[in-house]
Design a protein around this ligand. Structure first.
Ligand code: ZN
Length: 288
């Protein structure tokens, strides 16, 4: 399908976010657990893939400076930046960039290892030495299986070294595929109990039924990025009522969403745990 048509079809699934303010958020601190930024050239390439006029932004230029400015405008204090090594050959360069991002006080970059990379443990140790606390896995872009032997080896090493492991969950707006769905994530959840796991997009973007059935209610962190804007008020309440609110992490998926709107919407959620979702849960997991 032509990309513009595909995007247009998706507009229909966007929901108007009903206002249902129940609790007031009194604290100022906000951590965004799911953002992206890239080196200038790559940022240009990544942001140009989205058709002009799309509801998915980009809402900043895809660079670190653009992200910082957007955070300032939106009232977000710290952002986790998720980097992905698309192939074994890019692991080092991607992690060099993650390490470079540590120079920004308010960015918390995650690194990336590819399941087919030769020295995964060495790379994890290098990241840890620099103070990087997590890894992102995205089998669509990494072109690998979520639950095969090589991937499991990477997760075992990540868990061994106490890294937070954040997995893309559900379909992906840009790439067709089905290798990071709630069923597979549930398998990871079962096999890596006790590891610091985060499933992005509530664990199942565009696969909400499976996500609600298999992941909501489990003892695992779910990030809210690119999720609530697609759900009805009833679906959002289902998540809030059935998942431990201490295991929900506010995220925007910038630059693909408007972080100001995302934050405003989240502040209107009907839960007494707003401060946890917006800040405390992330601070605890990241050891801030
Ligand atoms: Zn993302």
């Amino acid at each position: 399908m032509h990309r513009a048509v595909y995007f247009k079809n998706l507009y229909g699934s966007l929901k108007t976010f009903d206002k249902f303010v129940c609790y007031k958020y009194n604290s100022d601190m906000v951590v965004d657990f799911h953002t992206h930024c890239y080196k200038p050239l790559l940022a240009k390439k990544a942001t140009s893939l989205i058709p002009v006029g799309s509801p998915y932004g980009p809402f900043y230029d895809g660079t670190a400076d653009g992200l910082i400015k957007s955070m300032r405008d939106s009232g977000i204090d710290r952002s986790v930046v998720l980097n992905i090594a698309n192939s074994p050959y890019s692991v080092k360069a991607v992690n060099d960039y993650a390490i470079e991002l540590l120079s920004y006080d308010n960015l918390i970059p995650f690194g990336s290892v590819h399941p087919y990379y030769a020295d995964i443990e060495g790379e994890i140790l290098r990241l840890k030495e620099h103070g990087i606390k997590g890894l992102k896995f995205h089998p669509y872009y990494q072109r690998c299986e979520l639950c095969d032997k090589a991937a499991y080896k990477a997760y075992e090493l990540g868990a061994k070294h106490d890294m937070i492991m954040l997995f893309h969950g559900g379909h992906d707006l840009m790439l067709k595929g089905d290798n990071s769905n709630p069923k597979l994530l549930k398998q990871i959840y079962d096999d890596f109990r006790g590891a610091k796991l985060v499933f992005a997009h509530l664990g199942g973007w565009d696969l909400w039924d499976d996500c609600f059935k298999l992941l909501v209610g489990k003892d695992v962190y779910l990030d809210t990025s690119f999720a609530f804007m697609f759900l009805t008020k009833e679906q959002i309440n289902f998540v809030l009522e059935n998942h431990d609110n201490k295991k929900l992490l506010f995220g925007t998926d910038g630059p693909w969403t408007n972080s100001k709107d995302e934050l405003m919407h989240t502040k209107q959620l009907c839960t007494p745990y707003l401060e946890d979702i917006l800040y405390k849960n992330a601070a605890k997991l990241l050891g801030l």
